[in-house]
Design a binder for this molecule. Structure first.
Ligand code: BJW
Ligand code: ZN
Length: 290
């Protein structure tokens, strides 16, 4: 089995070295080893609510207090977490590094498109490339957070969006991360409010909920449309449009697909996948790539 894996790893590295526009597409499995729960696995519950039932515009309209406490909790989990070896390996491929020269010598670009809202890939990048010059946000490489970011807020009145790392975001949320405490009902005026002069609108988390459009979709689709090798990392590939990207690369672009997941592929998935590496992405990526 080790030899088979070694051969697959070698043929995958060879494909990487030939790729001109590779893309990594990440999902919650990328951050699992950092202690961030996935959505469809164990741990995707908050106070007995299915995380996915809270990630909707309807839930926020119905009960903004509950939804804000859920997001406050998740922000506090992420603030206490650190990037793992998979984030760090990807960061090294995004910057001008020995690893990039070695593994992506023909790449005109390399982008990380992540569905994750935890910002851990960005933190890994900052840790690898603390100076502006080496941090990529260019046509040659960048991180695109397609489902937004937990630390972004958007005003539901004036539309202003900003990054706000304060914890808690407002006094009423202080301590709400402690799930052993009683669940509280917070009046809407005490939830995070807009600080633009004269606005005071209700803020919402700067993430993309079901049924909402993806702000950077045009840019992402244009990157996918020229992609010749996609690395699908730790995602259940159940949420569109991200779930369709590998098929576009495979069937429209005649490119190649490499999947890294702890789960075995299903029978119909297998047909579209050139390499399937089964195991934890935080072990596989460093092992196969460095
Ligand atoms: C490991 C591991 C380890 C664990 N190592 N692996 C076409 C067809 C049908 C429906 C639609 C369609 N187009 C659009 C839709 C509607 C909808 C949709 O896709 N619904 C499906 C459920 C069918 N999509 C949308 O609404 C999107 N908007 C849109 O398309 O707008 C236009 C439009 C609207 C309506 C109709 C048509 C068009 C927006 C989607 C927004 C998703 N938002 C969320 C919440 C974000 C905020 C938050 O975090 O709170 O994004 S939902 C949630 O799922 C989150 C994730 O980013 C996303 C994907 O989940 P992910 O990352 O794959 O996590 P898991 O838990 O599912 O999987 C983890 C995987 O890791 C597993 O496979 C494990 O095995 C693995 N793993 N540990 C390696 N260590
Ligand atoms: Zn406002």
């Amino acid at each position: 089995a080790d030899d088979a894996m070694g051969a697959a790893a070698e043929s995958f590295r060879q494909a990487l070295r030939q790729a001109r526009h590779p893309i990594a597409l990440a999902g919650a499995g990328l951050s699992a080893a950092s202690g961030i729960p996935t959505f469809r696995g164990a741990g995707g519950l908050w106070r007995s609510h299915d995380a996915l039932s809270l990630a909707t515009p309807e839930a926020f309209k119905r009960d903004p207090s509950k939804v804000w406490q859920f997001y406050h909790y998740r922000r506090s989990v992420v603030l206490a977490a650190s990037p793992n070896a998979a984030h760090t390996t990807l960061a090294k491929l995004l910057i001008q590094s020995h690893l990039r020269d070695q593994l992506l010598p023909n790449a005109k670009s390399f982008h990380l498109v992540t569905q994750n809202v935890d910002g851990l890939s960005g933190r890994a990048l900052q840790e690898s490339a603390p100076t502006e010059q080496s941090a990529p946000s260019t046509s040659a490489g960048s991180i695109l957070e397609m489902h937004g970011n937990l630390f972004k807020t958007i005003c539901t009145s004036c539309g202003e969006s900003r990054i706000d790392l304060r914890d808690p975001l407002c006094p009423a949320l202080r301590g709400a991360e402690d799930l052993s405490g009683e669940y509280r009902v917070i009046p809407t005026d005490h939830l995070p409010r807009c600080s633009q002069s004269g606005c005071n609108g209700l803020l919402r988390p700067g993430v993309v909920w079901f049924g909402e459009s993806i702000p950077e979709l045009d840019r992402i689709q244009s990157l996918i449309s020229r992609c010749d090798l996609i690395l699908v990392l730790g995602t259940s590939s159940t949420v569109y449009p991200a779930a369709g990207f590998a098929q576009i690369v495979k069937h429209s672009n005649h490119g190649q697909v490499a999947v890294f997941n702890i789960e075995q592929p299903s029978d119909d998935e297998r047909d579209d996948v050139d390499w399937h590496f089964v195991g934890p992405v935080e072990t596989l990526l460093p092992q196969i790539l460095s």
